[in-house]
Design a protein around this ligand. Structure first.
Ligand code: 5AD
Ligand code: SF4
Length: 439
């Protein structure tokens, strides 16, 4: 028997890339690859890239340059670029960096085995198509190996919203939902292998409308189907658009006990003028009213959001409206970014806000949000939460996991197993996690 070839995958960006990397490793497993934790001894290096942050492509090129020495040592080493930078740059990657053997866009991962074979034959392999066929159907089913208690499961991909700042509609393509039966089969399989919590992924997950036995299912209907799986204890989903928060999904937050009280609902700005220029198709007020309805269904829900500051034309008053909105919502978690241009998107062509102004606004917003996060985290002290234990902590005897609100929780001298869900009384609130004792 020949020794297995070694595959090193480096994953950047979102949870969907984490999921895709797992699936790519499985697909290449069929070609005799096993994963390795280091690039040094790899026979194939795959960078699964993200295009959402600034200068993403440049960072990929400089990372690739660092593999030159490895390729000199091992001429059989194959180097591939996957993900959204691969989609956006395409052939240009091979032109600028001849070390690269393979470029594959997110919609073509099921073609990886053939592409890998092509590189072994000494050819270059490029595929950035948006093929008709369902890549997930073509990708091998997941091997039966045991796994940790939490997993991601992609249910929807791509986006038709075309927010003026965003590359996703260009790199991931139009919005497509996977059929419900495939998702349910994959979920049951994950649960058989030890998974207790599944996070449903989609760039626009709450627009999910996958085919079911009697017509399309909404995301809420899919969640209720997942709810029936014995052994599955927790369901989460991300990322949602405010305009697709349907009534049945809001209701599910109040009635489905497996659906966790945590919702990531990006708003991007609190100014109606900027929201309009962002092509967001919601207003600050409609967002706030939506939050009100969600909180009515599930009063203890922890809300998370995304913000962009310094979008073109953002005035001091516009930015103040963002601070006001954040103040009113009270986020338990939020991510904020300075606007940065993405070539090919509408906002990239517009006059830009001064960099120093952006920095100053970002700092003010982050100060506000950090305080809110702190307050929400501190308010857990004295309460009982349910913790899904995921792994031993750094200290001897300590176990770590997540509460239903997605807070990291540590328990000292906890006699619990990975995968168990136990009630924990929170006793202290640290920098990045909560501490508690089993009840
Ligand atoms: N500049 C800054 N932030 C961006 N995001 C997306 N595109 C840009 C951009 N061009 C942010 C949005 C989105 C999150 C994933 O990244 O807030 O919700
Ligand atoms: Fe990008 Fe999200 Fe807007 Fe779609 S809804 S264009 S993924 S920011």
């Amino acid at each position: 028997m020949t020794a297995p070839k070694k595959l090193f995958i480096k994953t950047y960006g979102c949870q969907m890339n984490v999921y895709d990397s797992e699936r790519m490793a499985e697909a290449l497993g069929g070609q005799g690859y096993v994963e390795t934790k280091s690039a040094d001894d790899a026979d194939m290096i795959l960078l699964n890239t993200c295009h959402i942050r600034e200068k993403a492509a440049e960072k990929v090129y400089s990372e690739l340059g660092r593999f030159r020495g490895l390729k000199d040592e091992n001429p059989d080493l194959k180097i591939g670029v996957a993900g959204c930078v691969a989609q956006a740059e395409g052939e240009e990657i091979m032109r600028r960096q001849p070390l690269v053997d393979l470029v594959v866009g997110p919609q073509s991962y099921h073609r990886l085995p053939e592409m890998e074979a092509k590189t072994r034959a000494g050819e270059k392999a490029l595929d950035t198509d948006f093929p008709e066929e369902d890549k997930f159907e073509k990708l091998k089913s997941r091997p039966k190996a045991a796994r940790g208690p939490t997993a991601f499961l992609t249910v929807q991909e791509g986006c038709d919203k075309f927010c003026a700042f965003c590359v996703v509609p260009y790199t991931r393509g139009v919005e497509v939902s996977r059929p419900a039966d495939r998702i349910l089969t994959e979920a049951r399989d994950l649960v058989e292998r030890g998974v207790r919590e599944i996070t449903l992924l989609g760039q626009n997950v709450n627009a999910y409308h996958g085919a079911g036995a009697d017509g399309d299912l909404t995301l809420a209907q899919l969640i209720w189907e997942l709810d029936k799986i014995d052994g599955l204890a927790r369901i989460r989903f991300t990322t949602s658009h405010p305009n697709d928060m349907a009534d049945d999904l809001i209701d599910a937050h109040g009635t489905c006990t497996k659906l966790m009280p945590y919702l990531h609902l990006p708003v991007q700005s609190g100014s109606d003028h900027i929201l309009k220029r962002m092509n967001r198709s919601h207003t600050a007020d409609s967002y706030l009213r939506l939050i009100e309805r969600i909180r009515k269904a599930r009063p203890d829900i922890l809300l998370s959001g995304d913000f962009i500051v310094g979008f073109p034309e953002e005035s001091d008053a516009d930015f103040q409206a963002t601070l006001d909105l954040a103040e009113e919502v009270g986020y338990g978690q939020a991510y904020s970014f300075k606007y940065s241009t993405r070539p090919g998107t509408p906002a990239a062509e517009r006059p830009q806000v001064d960099e120093n102004v952006k920095s100053e606004r970002l700092q003010r917003l982050q100060t506000l949000i950090t305080r809110q996060q702190r307050d929400v985290q501190d308010s857990m002290v004295g309460k009982n939460v349910n913790v899904l234990f995921e792994k031993p902590g750094r200290r001897e005897g300590q176990m770590g996991g997540k509460s239903e609100y997605l807070h990291a929780v540590h328990v000292a001298n906890a006699n619990v197993n990975v995968g168990e869900i136990r009630k924990v009384r929170i006793t202290d609130s640290g920098t990045n996690s909560l501490g508690g004792v089993l009840v």
